[in-house]
Design a protein around this ligand. Structure first.
Ligand code: NAP
Length: 229
């Protein structure tokens, strides 16, 4: 449905779904301002439809100020499901400003027949659940990698979109640069090439990172899955 030209929609983004939403809203809301907000964690984010602003707002009050200053009429939370701080800030800023909040965070993946998941609540529990001398695909953000440094017995394969800014603090690891493969076949090649025995990841939901779960199912590999809090 076409929107009003007076609308200003702020999308809290940083996900593939947010990018798709921006494209859809720009196409369906001619004349409206469509702004995507990025935290600025990715050095070269993919181009986005509409306007883009980058960097933290400065907490709830900063976000509320931005909403007021830009006459935002609708706030859409399309952030990653593990990005909890910004989602809480969005709820509180919407309450303070009275702007409509639309929550579009993804549903978690559900276990399917053939999935061998070891479900844990924290990254620490994931680290402790890795069996001795395993070969692990660590499909986590770079900020979480250091937590696994105490597992000197484990070979880790670390996948990152951007090259790390500092040396990776893991005694035995290989670095794979790039985005997650978009098919189970691509992910299977990676898992087989590195003789992976386990995957450690968080239950992010959505299609973008699901191919590794399908590949693990086909290869009968256990996945140590960190649930959402
Ligand atoms: P977070 O812990 O919820 O947020 C920490 C702080 O970063 C927020 O308080 C806010 O700073 C700023 N921030 C986060 N998202 C922002 C956005 N879209 N626009 C402007 N500022 C934002 O978030 P996070 O886990 O660090 O994730 C940061 C971003 O990366 C999110 O946009 C998320 O969608 C994306 N992302 C996260 C993950 C993940 O695993 N967490 C994975 C893929 C993509 P101020 O308080 O100063 O406003």
């Amino acid at each position: 449905m076409p929107g009003s030209a007076n609308e200003t929609i702020l999308i809290l983004g940083g996900t593939r779904e947010a990018a798709e939403l921006a494209r859809e809203l720009v196409a369906t809301h001619p004349g409206a301002r469509i702004i995507t907000s990025l935290a600025g964690r990715t050095r070269e984010p993919a181009p986005l439809a509409g306007e883009v602003r980058t960097g933290g707002f400065g907490g709830v009050e900063g976000l509320a100020d931005y909403i007021r200053a830009n006459g935002v009429t609708r706030l859409i939370d399309a952030t990653h499901p593990f990005a909890r701080r910004i989602s809480l800030n969005a709820v509180e800023a919407a309450r303070r400003t009275g702007v409509a909040l639309d929550i579009r965070t993804r549903k978690p993946w559900a276990r399917e027949p053939g999935d061998d998941w070891i479900e844990v609540d924290t990254l620490e529990a994931a680290r402790d659940a890795i069996p001795p001398r395993a070969r692990v695909l660590l499909a986590l953000g770079s900020q979480h990698i250091g937590l696994f440094a105490s597992r000197a017995d484990v070979h880790f394969v670390v996948r990152m979109i951007d090259p790390p800014e500092a040396a990776i603090d893991l005694p035995d690891h290989a670095l794979v640069l790039g985005r997650p493969g978009d098919s189970a076949a691509v992910e299977t090649m990676l898992l087989v090439a590195h003789s992976i025995t386990h995957i450690v990841c968080r239950n992010s939901g959505g299609p973008a990172a699901y191919a590794k779960i399908e590949a693990a199912r086909q290869l009968c590999l256990p996945v140590i899955m960190v649930a959402r809090g």
